[in-house]
Design a binder for this molecule. Structure first.
Ligand code: PCA
Length: 221
């Protein structure tokens, strides 16, 4: 069998010299999963628009059945699959090309939001079962991560209807916060977690997009 999970990871941004997303994702390149699946890794730039162009090219070349984009969420303590991508760019800091869009759409005329069809609650349950801190997130922010997530969901809606896709945010690496108070997660644990995310998503794709677990991930404000 010949089935592929395309995983993307961003390059460093915001003054950091590493991005845990690419550090982890590139270690998974070529990793075989149960059921005849292989992970294919692709770096994407932390740049509005160009990130989606690189993703679109990679989807055309790799022809994946599952796509999982991964980004750094500095300050989070858990691996967090995202529920929803929104059609807005609102950048607090410039991207790696110096662009800082404010309140522009990712896709002019596109829907306000897309929900992932990945089984995010199944993924969180599997991660916790493996002893890896995880939670569903209900916002991917308004920077390049939400941007590529929305772009991915729009590509699925318009060009690749058979693909299942989603986005996962991960914490800082310990070396990024040495001397600070923010939480971090060791690279080995992030790599194991992302492999598990890919495995659960691949199994759900094999099962024809099975229903997610009916457990709450709700939050009050
Ligand atoms: N995190 C940023 C963009 C690139 C990344 O890894 C974000 O959360 O938008």
């Amino acid at each position: 069998m010949d089935k592929r999970v395309l995983m993307t990871g961003f390059d460093p941004f915001g003054g950091e010299t590493v991005n845990p997303a690419w550090e982890a994702v590139h270690r998974l390149d070529g990793r075989a999963l149960q059921g005849g699946w292989t992970i294919v890794s692709q770096q994407v730039p932390t740049v509005f628009d160009r990130s989606i162009a690189v993703l679109r090219e990679a989807m055309g070349r790799v022809r994946p059945q599952v796509v999982i984009c991964v980004g750094q969420a500095g300050g989070r303590a858990q691996i967090t699959p995202e529920r929803v991508a929104i059609n807005v760019n609102d950048a607090r800091i410039p991207d790696n090309a110096g662009q800082q869009p404010i309140d522009t759409p990712v896709v002019p005329g596109g829907p306000a939001a897309y929900f992932t069809k990945l089984p995010i609650k199944r993924i969180v349950a599997a991660l916790r079962e493996a002893g890896i801190p995880a939670a569903v997130s209900n916002t991917a922010g308004t920077y390049v991560c939400n941007h590529i997530f929305y772009g991915l969901m729009h590509l699925i809606a318009t060009e690749h209807p058979q693909v299942q896709g989603g986005f996962v945010h991960i914490p800082y690496l310990p070396e990024q916060v040495a001397g600070k108070t923010e939480p971090s997660m060791a690279l080995d644990l992030i790599v194991r977690g992302l492999e598990l995310v890919a495995a659960v998503a691949a199994a759900a794709s094999d099962a024809g997009g099975e229903a997610d677990l009916a457990v709450t991930a709700g939050q009050e404000c």
